[in-house]
Write a protein that binds this ligand. Structure first.
Ligand code: C2O
Ligand code: CU
Length: 470
């Protein structure tokens, strides 16, 4: 068992684990060429690009380097910066813009990448070391190109040794705004929460983020949880509306006055918060006393309410853009935990459908499939599950159908004992990670992939570039 658990020093994700066809036809592309695969020609992930040679509308260079991160009077943390700071610059684009980001590695020996968390980019731009690219060694650079399709709140982070590099600073916010500025839109505020060492920060600073807007005006606060555990947000007074989850607007959101809202690890929640007409200020708590203060005063922190917004029933229903009642494929993603060996190390490791990494399912689809996935968790801990390249619609939780607004997710927290059914359309060919965003859990093997049947990758896990996406 010990010998069988050893992960080779270089191997292709295409040979990882076993193929799971979810009851549909086909087979997975081989990782060597010329094997006479089916009818469809093989496509490499590197071919799955934005495609045009169009000039970028938004062009950013991000230079990554080792550096000390100093917060307040605390000790400096040994970390990483992007353009000299962390988080990296906030990137803003409009729907339809071509975004081009050049990532440069100055001196980070382990290599780096950037992944566009929640943005359904073409696979070649997904930034996963060993799957869609090699990690960039010091002195190397890479250009990521994609068209901003869906307005919303997203973030970017390294996907090389992610459990370490994200924690130490290789991350930032990216916001896609609607194609045209809306008259009377609320004031737009990003609140990116990140834990550096022991310092809880918002947009890289300890303490409250102050947003001074006129009495009676409103703010759209884009909460981004870049940590490994869930973040809870609540208001000190008044009410908020949940405008969006994971970059997708909710339909018919109502006022919430006595409940907190959960932001899973990796997830985003946009809240609409009004500053009262009487000129008082409002405190939005993010996980504790710190938060975002709307208005000039400094309202006292209050305790979290006991209620929680349940997105399964929040907002108004609307028709789904696809029929999830007769899916082409059904997959189980059942998370458990058992004793065994992970790469030779004994321990109680996460399992997927009873298997230990890397003997995990390759969820295999064909373009156009409607896919239903059952995410169940019997592992004793919560897991914020993140599927790359797609947004899934939540259908039910513990057998109770969704009755609120369509609830689209890319980062869905599945608590211990819970079971969700989600569905999505396989409309973005590639090889896509589907993993826990409590990043140490991913590093402990809570990782599988969604693969399109005719797509293969020339990159290797391990190998000369030392690709280690988790
Ligand atoms: Cu935010 Cu696979 O990652
Ligand atoms: Cu987990």
């Amino acid at each position: 068992m010990w010998a069988l658990s050893l992960v080779p020093a270089r191997y292709s994700a295409m040979s990882m684990g076993y193929v799971d066809l979810g009851g549909g036809p086909g087979e997975l592309a081989p990782h060597t060429h010329g094997a006479g695969y089916g009818e469809a020609p093989l496509v490499e992930v590197t071919d799955l690009t934005e495609g045009s040679s169009r000039a970028p509308d938004v062009s950013v260079t991000l230079t990554a380097a080792r550096g000390a991160i100093r917060l307040g009077d605390g000790d400096a943390i040994d970390g990483y910066t992007l353009n000299g700071g962390t988080p990296g610059p906030e990137i803003r684009a409009r729907v339809g813009d071509l975004v081009e980001v050049t990532l440069v590695n100055t001196d980070i020996d382990a290599g780096i990448t950037l992944h566009w968390h929640g943005i359904d980019v073409p696979n070649a731009a997904d930034g996963v070391a060993g799957i869609t690219q090699d990690a960039l060694a010091p002195g190397e650079s890479q250009v990521y190109r994609f068209v901003a399709k869906d307005a919303g709140t997203y973030w970017y982070h390294s996907h090389q040794v992610a459990h370490e590099q994200v924690r130490r600073g290789l991350l930032g916010a990216i916001v896609i705004e609607p194609a045209a500025a809306e008259a009377g839109a609320p004031v737009d505020v990003v609140a990116l929460a990140h834990l550096y060492g022991a310092a809880h920060t918002i947009n890289g600073a300890e303490g409250d983020l102050h947003v001074d807007i006129p009495a009676g005006a409103s703010a759209r606060v884009r909460i981004i949880n870049t940590d490994n555990g869930a973040l809870f947000a609540w208001l000190g007074s008044g009410s908020f509306r949940v405008l969006a989850v994971d970059g997708h607007d909710l339909n018919g959101p109502s006022d919430v006055s006595d409940a907190e809202v959960r932001v899973p690890a990796g997830g985003r929640v946009d809240l609409l918060i009004a500053r009262p007409a009487d000129g008082s200020s409002v405190r939005l708590h993010l996980g504790g006393p710190r938060g975002v203060v709307i208005g000039p005063a400094d309202p006292e922190p209050v305790r979290a309410p006991t209620g929680q917004v349940d997105l399964l029933s929040y907002g108004e229903p609307a028709p789904a853009p696809f029929d999830a009642t007769a899916p082409d494929r059904r997959f189980d993603y059942v998370i458990g935990r058992r004793w065994g060996f992970l790469d030779g190390r004994p321990g109680a490791w996460w399992t997927i459908n009873g298997h230990l990494y890397p003997d995990v399912p390759m969820f295999t689809v064909e373009e156009g499939d409607v896919v239903m996935m059952r995410l169940a968790n019997h592992s004793g801990q919560a897991h914020p599950m993140h599927l790359h390249g797609h947004h899934a619609l939540v259908l039910s939780r513990d057998g109770v159908p969704s009755t609120g607004s369509p609830w689209w997710v890319d980062s869905l927290e599945v608590l211990d004992g819970e079971e969700y059914e989600i569905a999505f359309v396989a409309d973005n060919p590639g090889i896509w990670m589907d993993h826990c965003h409590n990043l140490p859990h991913a590093q402990e093997g809570l990782v599988a992939h969604l693969a399109y049947a005719n797509v293969t990758t020339p990159f290797l896990l391990g190998g000369d570039a030392k690709n280690e996406p988790e």
